[in-house]
Design a protein around this ligand. Structure first.
Ligand code: GAL
Length: 667
């Protein structure tokens, strides 16, 4: 557990919203560095992440070290008043290393090698990789630990995003050790994995393998444990680097950039967050109708894993990315809006990938702060404008999330578990379902947070826990206690189905939550692609269920109105003392879900803090410290809006919100 430090700033430096980028000067001739610093100063940049992919430049051969260029880069930045978030440079092992030790390369489930040529081609469980990586980290810490430019250490890069799942023999060994720690005995593994099924009973731990490609469906609990293990294996690497850094440079805080969007591993960042001084996150806006709402969702989730404290936006894009099928530039206003939407949910630093757009390599068509065309460009002018706007928000720096009345629960076990194969449907995407509720809350004008499943629920009046598939006895008790204490729980289909061993809670669905909800479901009735069910005032897709009411105090809020389920309850609500427990049995359309969420919130005594004319049209988030409170209001529409009926002094922007505009009010 770390001690929640922020950037190491000079003793007299005031806390501010930091601004900067990944900076890759090794891609450029020396004379460009001076222009870079001049432009950074012009834009108000005060921090850059250096060295993320520099291993080969720092250690061109096993016994050759070249730190001279980095010494000079750090000095040049320091002279320019720019802080350095120094990477440990371990994210892309150089060719000499993988040529000498091909056994550090990850192995896919079907046994094929993932070769070098990209990045992150290393096994988290390889002792050889670990030795080389920690040697590099140690040398960097020794060399730069006393340099006043260093404001933080940046471990590796986006652990869990581009790292492949690794099924190698190293992984097998580490997986067995992980299972011994989790279960103690092989008997306990056999019970947890239900190995009486299909003759899978293990005699010893040595017989266990990662879930490599098999002839038929691999054991689901083995898969779930492998996902948990893979997250832990990467976390172990993070801890190993951090321990070297903490030992040699105890005064420099350590972070690593998470990828809370949707990394390959779905790494359990809520858990990892305990291991670093402050949370950092990277975010790239996805195309589509819910693009901006997905950004605010990711930002709120980051705030949730940071337990409401400020965090560092390590990367986002100034304009187009290069890894979607079709990559469009951002629209006017979006560069500033997107940045501010992260600040609204706790970002105390706004950084981009990257400072100067690369001339060569795989990301040359990815936007940057200084684009190919140069500083005489709309993008760079927006960058300079943003730098100025962030200065207007200095008083917000250091403030925490101001808890909303509602929280959406986001749980990694349920994410992993609900998307395993051989389920009633393979169409379920946990994160999308949570996003559905987030959008519905925004449409209803209700401010909300996102919290991990181990958060203190008592801070909230209403908890929405979409598809909380894995519910342990302990979580079941906490949710039930929340309702008994007067909280309002909203649960949805495919929740409470299994315990932490992926074993079904018997007696009817939704198993662990059945009593709290006062309902019982005998069979799931998932829907085919394009198939819909009618529900009072709306449409459901993907899932439906025959819900039986088994307690006297359950009210039907919405019913199915066609098909086999006509007349059956679709949404129920049980009142328990001052609290309640509602259940939603289908994936409701956007309109239906936003009306429902407004209705459920209203019944829970929660009303939007926005005037009716603005509900759904703006995104709202709040930060506070003591008596100071700031409300961030962002235009979600393409029309101009007037912020009447919201109290507060304008700190940023005006009460006339242009399309994609932002205003910050001090309350
Ligand atoms: C991130 C990565 C950066 C850059 C960026 C481009 O995943 O950390 O190095 O590749 O994506 O969008």
């Amino acid at each position: 557990m770390q001690n929640h430090r922020w950037l190491r700033l000079a003793p007299d430096a005031p806390r501010r919203i930091s601004f900067g980028a990944d900076y890759n000067p090794e891609q450029w001739p020396r004379e460009v560095w001076d222009e870079d610093v001049r432009l950074m100063q012009q834009a108000g940049v005060d921090v850059v992440s250096v060295g993320i992919f520099s291993w080969a430049a720092l250690q061109p051969a096993a016994d050759t070290w070249e730190f001279g260029w980095l010494d000079e880069v750090i000095d040049v930045l320091h002279a320019g008043g720019i802080g350095v978030d120094l990477a440990t440079a371990t994210a892309s092992p150089p060719p000499w290393l993988t040529a000498a030790h091909p056994e550090v390369l990850p192995i896919a489930a079907d046994g094929h090698v993932l070769w070098p040529g990209g990045r992150q081609h290393w096994r988290a469980t390889s002792p050889i990789f670990r030795r080389y990586a920690l040697d590099l980290v140690e040398r960097l810490a020794q060399r730069y630990g006393d340099h006043p430019a260093i404001v933080a250490w940046h471990v590796n890069n986006e652990l869990g995003c581009h790292n492949a799942w690794d099924y190698s023999d190293d992984a097998a060994r580490a997986f067995r050790a992980w299972l011994i720690t989790r279960y103690g005995t092989i008997q306990r593994v056999n019970e947890a994995w239900a190995t009486t099924f299909w003759s899978q009973r293990y005699g010893t731990f040595d017989e266990i393998l990662p879930p490599r490609t098999s002839a038929a469906i691999p054991n689901p609990t083995q898969q779930l444990d492998f996902l948990r293990f893979s997250s832990d294996a990467l976390k172990e690497h993070l801890i190993a680097e951090r321990e070297v850094l903490n030992r040699l440079t105890p005064d420099i805080p350590v972070t690593t950039n998470f990828m809370l969007m949707d990394g390959k591993h779905h790494a359990d960042y809520a858990d990892w967050a305990q291991e670093i001084d402050f949370v950092s996150n990277d975010h790239y806006r996805m195309p589509g109708e819910r693009s901006f709402d997905e950004l605010t969702f990711s930002a709120a989730l980051t705030s949730g894993v940071a337990r409401g404290r400020p965090w560092f936006l390590m990367e986002h894009s100034t304009s187009a990315v290069n890894w979607q099928p079709v990559n469009r530039p951002k629209r006017p206003g979006e560069l500033v809006r997107d940045s501010m939407a992260h600040v609204a949910r706790g970002a105390d630093a706004v950084c981009f990938f990257q400072w100067r757009q690369s001339k060569g390599g795989a990301e040359k068509y990815h936007s940057a702060m200084v684009p190919h065309v140069g500083p005489d460009s709309a993008v760079y002018r927006d960058v300079v404008r943003l730098g100025g706007l962030l200065r207007d928000l200095d008083e917000v720096a250091g403030t925490d999330r101001e808890s909303a009345p509602v929280a959406v629960v986001f749980d990694w076990d349920s994410w992993w578990g609900s998307e395993l194969g051989s389920h009633p449907t393979d169409r379920l995407r946990y994160r999308q379902l949570a996003l559905d509720w987030w959008v519905a809350l925004a449409d209803a004008g209700i401010r909300a947070d996102i919290v991990p499943a181990d958060a203190d629920f008592t801070e909230y009046r209403m908890l929405i826990a979409p598809t909380l598939y894995v519910v342990s006895e302990a979580l079941r008790e906490r949710l039930d206690a929340f309702v008994h204490a007067g909280g309002h729980l909203v649960s949805t289909f495919f929740s409470g189905i299994v315990d932490e061993d992926d074993a079904v809670w018997l007696g009817g669905y939704p198993g662990a939550l059945r009593e709290t909800l006062g309902i019982r479901v005998a069979e799931f009735r998932p829907l085919f692609d394009g198939e819909e069910v009618m529900v009072d005032g709306g449409v459901g897709s993907m899932w439906s269920e025959p819900v039986d009411i088994v307690a006297d105090d359950v009210e039907v809020i919405l019913s199915y109105t066609d098909g086999d389920l006509e007349g059956r309850p679709a949404v129920t609500r049980r009142v328990r003392g001052r609290g309640s427990a509602a259940y939603v049995s289908s994936r409701l359309s956007r309109d239906a879900l936003s009306s429902l969420v407004a209705d459920l919130a209203h019944r829970a005594g929660i009303v939007s803090e926005l005037p009716t004319t603005l509900r759904g049209k703006v995104d709202v988030a709040a930060r506070s410290a003591g008596a100071r409170s700031y409300l961030f209001v962002t235009n979600r529409t393409d029309e101009s809006l007037v912020l009447d009926g919201i109290d507060g002094d304008v700190v940023l922007g005006t009460r006339h919100l242009e399309p994609r505009g932002v205003a910050v009010l001090r309350r």
